[in-house]
Design a binder for this molecule. Structure first.
Ligand code: P6P
Length: 342
C-alpha cells in the first residue's frame, strides 16, 4: 500500500501506543522520551548550521575524557540538561562532559529516572562535516526517593536499562531507541519538526558484510584480536567466516547505525595504549548494546556481554565488540582462547 500522509506515525503517537502496552505505566518514561526528542531537534538544528555560524571550533576547555571540547559538544550537553532537569522526571544526570553527576533540581521534585548520555559523540568530526551522534541510557533510580540520589543510581548494570538509544545527525537526523520492546527508528522531517516512524522493528542480520575497526592499532592488539580481524578481512579459510568489507567512519553512532541496518561487526578492542579500550561503558557501550541486542545482535567486551558488566566508575572504559550475533560470537570465541589479562 503506498505510503500516504494518513499513514504517518509521529514518535509521540508511537511512544503513546507503546505505553498503552503497559497498563502500569504512569507516562513519565514516555514524557522523558519526548523531552529527549526536543533536545534532539534543538541539537539537530545547530549541527545542520554548524558550518554557517561561528559555533565551529573548539571551546578551549577539556572535558573529563581529555578531548578538546568543541562548542557543539557543550551546546548539546546543555540542550539535554535543559530538556530533562526541570521536568521532575529525572533525579540525576551523567554526561561525558561532566566529571561528576548532576542532581536535578529542585530536591522536592526529583523524578524516578536516571539519564546517562554522551551529548555529541564523534565531536572531532564536527569541523569536517562527518555524521555525529548523541547516545542516551535511562535507568530507574534505586535509592530511596526521599533521600539524595547517588552514584548507586548511576552505576547500574546495563541489563537494567529501561530505555536506550541514539540520535544520528547524518544525511538526515534519525532517532533510534528501545524500551525493551524491539528497536524503532524515526527520521526527522525538518519541515514540520516531527520525528516520523521510518524504521519499525529494526532487526540486524545474523552475519554482516562489514567489519569496522581502526586498523592503525594493529600492532598494539593481542595476537587473538589480530586473528579475529584478519578473519573478518580475509575470511577464516574454513568457510565459517567470509571476508567482509571494511567500513570505518571513526564516529561511533554512524558506524553502529550502518552495521545495525546492513549487518556487520564494530570492534574497539583493548590495546597496549588503551588497556580498557577507548569507549565508555555507561553512556556509550551499554546503551548501544541494549539497542543491538534488542535488534537481534550481540555486544561483548571480547568475553562477557556488555549488559552484564558491573560498572565501577562513571567514566570507565571497556573494549567493545558489537553487531551481528554470529560475527560477535566468532570474535569472542577467538578471544576466549587467550589468557585472561590479570
Ligand atoms: P579512533 C570519536 O572520537 C570516538 O569517540 C567514537 O565516536 C569513535 O568510534 C572512536 O572515538 C574513534 O576512535 O581511535 O579510531 O579515532
Amino acid at each position: 500500500m503506498p505510503h500516504t500522509s494518513t499513514s504517518i506515525i509521529t514518535i509521540e503517537r508511537f511512544i503513546m501506543e507503546q505505553e498503552r502496552l503497559h497498563p502500569e505505566a504512569t507516562g513519565e518514561l514516555s514524557n522523558l522520551l519526548y523531552d529527549l526528542c526536543l533536545a534532539a531537534k534543538i541539537i539537530s538544528r545547530h549541527v545542520r548550521r554548524a558550518g554557517l555560524t561561528d559555533i565551529l571550533g573548539s571551546a578551549g576547555a577539556v572535558n573529563v575524557s581529555g578531548d578538546l571540547q568543541q562548542k557543539l559538544d557543550l551546546f548539546a550537553h546543555d540542550a539535554v540538561q535543559n530538556a530533562v532537569q526541570h521536568t521532575g522526571r529525572v533525579c540525576i544526570a551523567v554526561s561525558e562532559e561532566d566529571e561528576e553527576p548532576m542532581l536535578c533540581p529542585p530536591a522536592s521534585r526529583r523524578g524516578k529516572y536516571v539519564i546517562l548520555y554522551d551529548p555529541l559523540d564523534g565531536s572531532t568530526n564536527i569541523d569536517v562535516n562527518v555524521s555525529i551522534g548523541t547516545i542516551f541510557s535511562i535507568h530507574r533510580r534505586v535509592t530511596a526517593r526521599k533521600g539524595e540520589p547517588s552514584l548507586a543510581d548511576c552505576l547500574q548494570v546495563g541489563r537494567k536499562q529501561v530505555a536506550a538509544g541514539y540520535i544520528l545527525y547524518g544525511s538526515s537526523t534519525m532517532l533510534v531507541y528501545t524500551t525493551g520492546q524491539g528497536v524503532h527508528g524515526f527520521t526527522l522531517d525538518p519541515t514540520i519538526g516531527e520525528f516520523l516512524l521510518s524504521h519499525p522493528d529494526i532487526r540486524t542480520p545474523e552475519t554482516g558484510k562489514y567489519y569496522s575497526v581502526n586498523e592503525s592499532n594493529w600492532n598494539r592488539w593481542t595476537p587473538a584480536v589480530q586473528r579475529a580481524v584478519a578473519a573478518f578481512k580475509n575470511g577464516d579459510g574454513g568457510g565459517r567466516m567470509q571476508a567482509k568489507n571494511a567500513r570505518y567512519i571513526g564516529s561511533l553512532v554512524a558506524d553502529i547505525h550502518r552495521n545495525l541496518i546492513s549487518g556487520g561487526i564494530f570492534l574497539y578492542p583493548a590495546d597496549t595504549r588503551s588497556s580498557e579500550g577507548k569507549l565508555r561503558l555507561l553512556y556509550e557501550a551499554a546503551p548501544l548494546a541494549l539497542v543491538v541486542e534488542q535488534a537481534g545482535g550481540a555486544a561483548t567486551d571480547g568475553r562477557r556481554p556488555i549488559l552484564d558488566l558491573v560498572p565501577k566508575s562513571l567514566h570507565q572504559r571497556t573494549p567493545l565488540f558489537i553487531g551481528s550475533k554470529a560475527d560477535v560470537a566468532f570474535a569472542s570465541e577467538i578471544l576466549s582462547t587467550e589468557s585472561v589479562p590479570a
